[in-house]
Design a protein around this ligand. Structure first.
Ligand SMILES: CC(C)(COP(=O)(O)OP(=O)(O)OC[C@H]1O[C@@H](n2cnc3c(N)ncnc32)[C@H](O)[C@@H]1OP(=O)(O)O)[C@@H](O)C(=O)NCCC(=O)NCCS
Length: 226
């Protein structure tokens, strides 16, 4: 099963403790010591603790298995269990990725991650969990916040996405964020299928948001629990 664009992973054991995470980005980041959150007035993206992930996992699994979401993420239809969502985060972290939970006014809104980190580049994936609230601007706002994390905290130089051609919401979202078609070998390695579209954006290439809708984005390291 593909795990493109924030989708789940095969069932397996529960997440490994954060202490066991592989270090990402050449050892500059330690998962246990540096959990981050990015927030504006009502939206919050954060790297969850084990307990937070366990609490969110049933809703995430339902979102991964939603037929529309599955189709847009290019994955085979099928149900997911909470353990699949937990395992998905664990696998991303073990490979040096940076998965986030997304919340709107304290309620789970989806997830997003930076994966396949290589040098100063990574692949980005995002999911707004409830199809009924997609298309209302949430994806654009969360993506903008998370790109601030990627470029200002991780200091990445380029981000890639791979999208199925029928995913018009994604195509528009990333176009607005400054992504452009990219068929270079570095971009194509993120494609799961030959028909996938690959796009990328470089540091400093993200245009300003819509006039009058600017929101202050706060980036901060989370205080380690306990
Ligand atoms: C892709 C996704 C994250 C976008 O988030 P969203 O909250 O739905 O997107 P937004 O509301 O911010 O919309 C972004 C742009 O796409 C447009 N858009 C949204 N749905 C659209 C659709 N079905 N067709 C065409 N354009 C669409 C919006 O109008 C907006 O453009 P505008 O500002 O010019 O009006 C979300 O739809 C989602 O989670 N989809 C399922 C999973 C998925 O596809 N993940 C991404 C895989 S890489």
């Amino acid at each position: 099963m593909q795990d493109r664009c924030g989708s789940g992973a095969p069932a397996g054991s529960l997440a490994r403790p954060l202490e066991d995470c592989a270090e990402g980005l050449s050892g500059r980041y330690d998962c246990r010591m540096e959990l981050w959150e990015v927030a504006d007035q009502e939206l919050r993206a954060f790297e969850p603790t084990d307990d937070e992930l366990v609490a969110a996992a049933p809703a995430l699994a339902a979102a991964y298995g939603d037929p529309h979401n599955s189709r847009m993420m290019g994955q085979a239809p099928g149900a997911f269990a909470a353990g699949d969502a937990i395992e998905h985060f664990a696998r991303l972290r073990a490979a040096g990725g940076r998965p986030f939970l997304l919340e709107r006014q304290g309620k789970l809104a989806g997830d997003a991650d930076f994966r396949n980190l290589a040098g100063e580049a990574a692949e980005f994936a995002i999911l707004i969990a409830d199809p009924a609230v997609q298309g209302q601007g949430l994806g654009s706002r969360f993506a903008r916040m998370l790109h601030a994390f990627a470029f200002e905290v991780l200091r990445l130089q380029r981000l890639y996405v791979a999208i199925i051609p029928a995913n018009h919401a994604s195509r528009r979202l990333f176009e607005k964020l400054g992504y452009r078609p990219d068929d270079s070998p570095a971009a194509r390695r993120h494609a799961d299928e030959p028909t996938d579209l690959t796009l990328s954006v470089g540091r400093g290439e993200i245009p300003a948001g819509p006039a009058g809708q600017e929101r202050a984005i706060r980036l901060r390291r989370r205080v380690a629990p306990g």
